[in-house]
Each structure stands twice: as structure tokens, then as C-alpha cells.
Design a binder for this molecule. Structure first.
Ligand SMILES: *[C@@H]1O[C@H](CO)[C@@H](O)[C@H](O)[C@H]1NC(C)=O
Ligand SMILES: *[C@@H]1O[C@H](CO)[C@@H](O)[C@H](O)[C@H]1NC(C)=O
Ligand SMILES: *[C@@H]1O[C@H](CO)[C@@H](O)[C@H](O)[C@H]1NC(C)=O
Ligand SMILES: *[C@@H]1O[C@H](CO)[C@@H](O)[C@H](O)[C@H]1NC(C)=O
Length: 167
């Protein structure tokens, strides 16, 4: 009788737990920007066989982001950053980039910290943390942003960056 009570308690507990674990709705994204990064191919270097795998140094000399609706320039990528991600021993690439931008509308700056997972010089799926003082774009400071960086065959120096934000 005691065991039975315990079992029914367990059943009640798990019934409650199952109810609490209703999955959240998947996030919905809209396309915010699309553009190119300028990768300084001749100066790309790697630190092979380090503790974590292969550490990359891929300098980014510039680039741009346009508004996909109007086709107008939204921001310019400032020179001086680099992808310092790592190619893991499993083969997956984990990009890490701190990207500075200047908005076209007010010439204010933005700082993007970009991390993710992908395939080296092929395609990456990224999380984007953005900070800006621009009034036009300040709403992006608290928006969840992701991006897709895809290299075009035949032009490895100009991968396409598409930035998405939750709607
Ligand atoms: C170092 O790693 C890079 C990226 O995987 C590769 O292209 C290069 O050939 C490697 N160099 C050596 C010396 O193994
Ligand atoms: C990587 O480094 C380790 C430790 O120094 C060494 O045993 C191994 O042979 C190296 N592998 C390659 C591919 O260079
Ligand atoms: C963006 O950069 C690409 C690659 O460097 C270039 O071809 C294109 O003209 C630039 N677009 C704008 C709007 O500046
Ligand atoms: C990233 O964009 C490329 C080019 O549009 C596409 O082929 C690829 O499937 C995208 N990756 C993801 C994970 O959505």
C-alpha cells in the first residue's frame, strides 16, 4: 500500500514535470543586412596544432552592409579586425571576430562581437552581439541577432554576410 502511494506520487510528479516542459516557440528571424567582408587572403595565417587545434588569423580589411530592401549602403566595415577562430581537431571551425562598423546614416560606430560554428572558408552560422550609440540602430542593442557568412566559389576574399534579427 505504501509502495503504491509512492508510485502514484511519482506519477503525479512526472505528470507535472511534463506539463512544465512545454517547448518554447522557435525564434522567428527577419533579414536586416546583407553585404561583403574583405578578407586579406595573402595575409591569412594559422597556428597549427596548438592546444585546441588550429588557431586562425584571417585579417578583415573592410566590407559593407546594405539594406536588402532598398539596396542602399547601411554601414561600412572598418579595417583592422580579424577572424581569430579555431579549426578544431574534429574539423569544425569556430569563428571569433570583433568587427567595427560605421553607419552610413549618422557616421556613428557599432561594435559587433561574432562567434559561431561552421566550415573554414566555406560557410559559418553566427551569433552576433551588437553595441551602438546610433539612435537609428540602437534597437539592435537588445535584439537577438544571428548571421550567415558564406564564401563564394572563385572569390574567397569576399564572403557574403547576411545578418538576421528576431521579429
Ligand atoms: C595548417 O592548417 C591549415 C588549415 O587547416 C592548412 O591549410 C595548412 O596546410 C596547415 N599547415 C601545416 C604546415 O600543416
Ligand atoms: C602536434 O603536436 C603534438 C605534441 O607536440 C605532436 O605529438 C604531434 O605529432 C603534432 N601533430 C602534427 C600533425 O604536427
Ligand atoms: C561592397 O563591397 C563589395 C566587395 O568589396 C563591392 O564590390 C561593392 O561595390 C560594395 N558595395 C557598396 C554598396 O559599397
Ligand atoms: C547560409 O547561406 C548559404 C547561401 O545562401 C546557404 O546555402 C546556406 O544553407 C546557409 N546556411 C544556413 C545554416 O542557413
Amino acid at each position: 500500500m505504501r509502495a503504491l502511494t509512492f508510485l502514484s506520487l511519482l506519477a503525479t510528479f512526472f505528470a507535472g514535470a511534463a506539463q512544465a516542459a512545454t517547448p518554447a516557440a522557435p525564434p522567428q528571424f527577419g533579414t536586416l543586412f546583407v553585404g561583403f567582408l574583405d578578407v586579406d587572403l595573402p595575409n591569412v595565417e594559422t597556428i597549427n596544432n596548438s592546444t585546441f587545434g588550429t588557431r586562425v588569423y584571417a585579417p578583415i580589411t573592410g566590407g559593407n552592409l546594405t539594406d536588402p530592401t532598398s539596396g542602399k549602403l547601411a554601414a561600412t566595415v572598418l579595417p583592422g579586425s580579424a577572424d581569430t577562430g579555431v579549426i578544431s581537431n574534429s574539423g569544425a571551425f569556430f569563428p571569433v571576430v570583433s568587427l567595427p562598423l560605421r553607419w552610413e546614416v549618422d557616421q556613428k560606430l557599432a561594435y559587433l562581437h561574432v562567434t559561431g560554428i561552421g566550415k573554414y572558408f566555406t560557410s559559418d552560422l553566427l551569433y552576433v552581439h551588437l553595441e551602438t550609440a546610433s539612435e537609428t540602430y540602437s534597437a539592435l542593442n537588445s535584439r537577438f541577432l544571428v548571421a550567415n557568412l558564406t564564401f563564394v566559389e572563385g572569390d574567397e576574399s569576399h564572403p557574403v554576410l547576411t545578418v538576421f534579427g528576431t521579429v
